[in-house]
Design a protein around this ligand. Structure first.
Ligand code: ADP
Length: 487
């Protein structure tokens, strides 16, 4: 719609007729004030404004219109009796079109200008619409980006708090984030940790799975940058998807070195245990075959019966140890507390050792104050500990002349030490000898054993609220000790 502003109704009439005859919709105002009221209420594509009017003149009206955001874009054609200097035109009137027509109005010129401005106005409106939509688009993208950033920051924060090594990778396989733990295994935030030469490289693992977009995991050894050793880790990588597309991957390395070692120890233990159990059984079988033959000839059978018995005792003690292990694992290793004399127990244990080691070529000496005291403990279990210490002392000191049993009372505790002069235990291995299935590598080939005796001893002493330990020097000998409270 076009607004004609003129204080003379006859001017308005002729202009209106002209414009309406060309198909334009027209509105009118007889003063500047009325024109301003109209523009606030309605939308106009063009204003034809008489300059000389009583009250507000045309320039003042234009200046006011330039101040409103709603009207500042509307093009204006001034109708002026005289050719007015353009410098009077309001400053802020920047974007709207402005033109002049001097009176008397030439209808053809006026129509040309009206059509041009009308088109201009329509184009401005269309442009504004596009601009608005673009702005909305930019806004919503900005918001989406901010939301994404919050999510990514949250993910990174979570990855920082977990005990594993964690990282993210973009859809091209480039590392985009690593947590603090990463630097224990890689010096650079963009390079994967060094993998054991026998394991598959992480990049290759990744490349083979990136196509499928499916999560995957693998057990690999990676190298610690500080101690330079390889540790078994479980590598787990999962895709993060936006719709159907994988946008990035989140990966973790979980340290499974201890687990692996326990698994290896268990496998090793099973193979040793079956071997150990088989040896006495094979001997028993052989002796029984011999006995059978001798019985037929009615010869002297007692030597073979004795040997078979020895092997049965060995087998019995192996099986007892295995049973103890399973009892400890189920929390069922119970101790029966009764009062007894410790010195008697030591005597019995030494007798048992001498009895079971027929050809022993060393002596068992006693040192220290005799333990003629009553203790409240499980006599069978305490004797088992002492027999175990003595058996080990003899086993791991071939060729030496003696083993010493040293006793005494200290701080309300009765202590017993078994000292040998054998092969000793390397310093860095001493802390492990009471662990389940542990055997010192250096001696495990030469000496038979399951690596469970000391573990059971430690459990028994713990149940008595006592203390235990080892002191040793390689090549010189070892002292195992334990103590139990007197009351
Ligand atoms: P094992 O059946 O192997 O002897 P133990 O649990 O009794 O099992 O002992 C664990 C390991 O501790 C042994 O394998 C051995 O390496 C070491 N050990 C135990 N006693 C002695 C000792 N008196 N001297 C040297 N090494 C010992």
């Amino acid at each position: 719609m076009i607004l004609i502003v003129d204080d003379k109704p006859e001017n308005i009439f002729s202009l209106r007729s002209l414009l309406e005859s060309k198909g334009f919709q027209v509105d009118t105002a007889l003063s500047g004030e009325e024109a301003l009221k109209n523009v606030l209420k309605k939308d106009y594509a063009l204003i034809i404004l008489d300059v000389q009017m009583p009250g507000m003149d045309g320039f003042e009206v234009a200046e006011t219109l330039a101040g409103y955001s709603k009207t500042k874009e509307i093009p204006i054609i001034f109708l002026s009796a005289v050719n007015t200097d353009k410098k009077f035109i309001t400053k802020g009137y920047a974007s709207g079109g402005i033109d002049y027509i001097t009176k008397p109005v030439d209808p053809d010129i006026l129509m040309l200008k009206v059509k041009t401005f009308y088109r201009l106005y329509e184009q401005t409106l269309a442009l504004n619409e596009v601009k608005k939509r673009l702005q909305q688009e930019v806004e919503s993208r900005k918001q989406a980006q901010e939301e994404l950033k919050i999510k990514v920051d949250f993910l990174h924060m979570v990855l920082e708090t977990i005990p594993q090594i964690a990282f993210t990778v973009d859809s091209n396989g480039q590392i985009t984030f690593v947590n603090e733990n990463w630097f224990k295994y890689s010096k650079s935030p963009v390079d994967f940790p060094e993998v054991h030469p026998e394991d598959t490289l992480i990049n290759i693992l990744f490349e083979t799975h990136i196509e499928s977009g499916e999560p995957f995991e693998a057990e690999i050894r990676i190298r610690n940058v500080i101690d330079k050793t390889y540790h078994f880790h479980l590598l787990r990588i999962i895709p993060l998807k936006e719709g159907d597309m994988v946008s990035s991957w989140v990966g973790t390395f979980t340290d499974i070195e201890d687990q692996k070692q326990v698994e290896n120890k268990k496998d090793e233990f099973l193979s040793i245990a079956s071997h150990e159990l088989k040896t006495p059984l094979t001997s028993i079988k052989a002796y029984i075959q011999l006995l059978e033959r001798l019985v037929k000839q009615e010869g002297n059978v007692s030597t073979y019966i004795h040997r078979a018995q020895d092997q049965v005792i060995k087998l019995e003690s192996l099986i007892a140890d295995l049973l103890d292990i399973s009892k400890i694992e189920n929390g069922k290793l119970k101790v029966n507390f009764v009062s007894f004399d410790l010195e008697n127990l030591i005597g019995n244990a030494i007798d048992t050792i001498l009895h079971t080691h027929e050809h022993l070529d060393m002596v068992i000496e006693r040192e220290g104050e005799p333990l003629s005291v009553e203790v409240n403990a499980d006599a069978i279990r305490i004797e088992q500990v002492l027999i175990n210490f003595l058996t080990n002392a003899i086993k791991y000191s071939p060729g030496s002349e003696k083993v010493i049993v040293q006793t005494g009372i200290n701080d309300g505790q009765a202590f017993i030490k078994v000292k040998d002069f054998g092969i000793g235990i390397p310093k860095n291995k001493q802390e492990y000898v009471f662990s389940k299935f542990y055997r010192v590598e250096e001696s495990s080939v030469k000496f038979q054993g399951l690596g469970i005796g000391l573990y059971i001893c430690a459990e028994i002493i713990k149940q008595h609220h006592g203390t235990y330990g080892v002191e040793s020097e390689e090549g010189k000998g070892t002292t195992f000790y334990f103590s139990i409270p007197l009351n």
